[in-house]
Ligand binder design. Structure first.
Ligand code: B1M
Length: 211
């Protein structure tokens, strides 16, 4: 019989082949794909996020767990599409203009996906115009900006100003983060929230978008 807790545990351990095997077995047994998503994949990814936040695991473990989550998602996603199960929300993510760092941004994207969001990843060196086009094109409810350089942080402010000019500021919840970014800076530039790490970013997105 399918054991969803066991899938979450293998996900946390980063065992992609086992996650794939057990998710497929659960599907074959007729377990609801929504239950597989919510009670194993999202649970496991959430738990690894907490361990990461507490410095009990590090970047490699999170990347390996995310790979295991993706292996499970590859089986579940087409079934969710068939059942017309929607993501809990959409978030556009990118590293701001002039900044090429993407390791932290990718972790944030993975945690957001792990929390059930559809993530539209614009990559690195993202101009305000590109953020605006993506928000308009996808009707995303949230945007997450990353910056790792003190010299590129002002790109976050510029982007928020550009949202105002484009008339879309109030359509989206704006979240920011990255090593030099602080809560104070978030308040100063008028973002909706700051997250210090990837797990907190997923929690923040849930708080801002789902409540
Ligand atoms: Co760069 N680099 N780098 N670098 N680099 C730093 C950031 C630096 C602190 C190193 C140093 O001098 N000690 C320094 C910045 C100094 C400053 O401005 N304060 C620096 C510099 C100066 C530079 C260059 C200018 C170097 C040069 O060319 N002279 C250059 C700039 C290029 C550019 O961007 N235009 C440069 C280039 C590079 C590489 C390309 C070589 C490479 C990036 C590779 C890549 O990303 N694909 C690189 C790297 C790897 C680093 C360090 C070593 C590691 C960054 C990292 O990936 N950390 C970094 C030094 C350091 O941090 N120790 C450094 C791991 C990652 C998991 O953490 O990104 O902080 P982080 O993400 C965290 C949180 O911040 C948060 O969640 C993540 C997970 O918990 N978070 C968010 C991140 N984004 C978020 C968004 C959110 C929420 C949370 O939205 C809601």
């Amino acid at each position: 019989m399918a054991n969803l807790r066991e899938i979450a545990d293998f996900l946390k351990a980063g065992n992609a082949p086992k996650v794939k095997e057990l998710v497929q077995a659960a599907v074959d047994e007729g377990v609801d794909p929504v239950a597989i998503l919510n009670e194993s994949l999202i649970v496991g990814m959430g738990e690894i996020g907490v361990l990461f936040k507490n410095n009990e695991v590090y970047v490699p473990e999170v990347l390996i767990a995310a790979r295991a989550m993706k292996a499970g998602m590859a089986i579940v996603k087409p079934l969710l599409v068939e059942k017309d199960v929607k993501a809990v929300g959409k978030v556009v993510i990118g590293t701001v203009k002039g900044d090429l760092h993407d390791i932290g941004k990718n972790l944030v994207g993975m945690m957001l996906e792990g929390a059930g969001f559809e993530v539209i990843d614009l990559g690195i060196d993202v101009s305000p115009e590109k953020f605006i086009d993506a928000i308009k094109g996808t009707q995303a409810e949230g945007v997450a900006m990353s910056a790792l350089l003190t010299t590129t942080m002002p790109g976050m402010k510029d982007t928020i100003e550009a949202f105002k000019t484009a008339g879309i500021r109030d359509q989206v919840k704006i979240m920011i983060g990255g090593a030099p970014v602080t809560e104070n800076y978030s308040d100063e530039i008028g973002a909706d929230g700051y997250a210090p790490d990837a797990a907190s970013a997923a929690e923040l997105a849930k708080d801002l978008i789902l409540k």
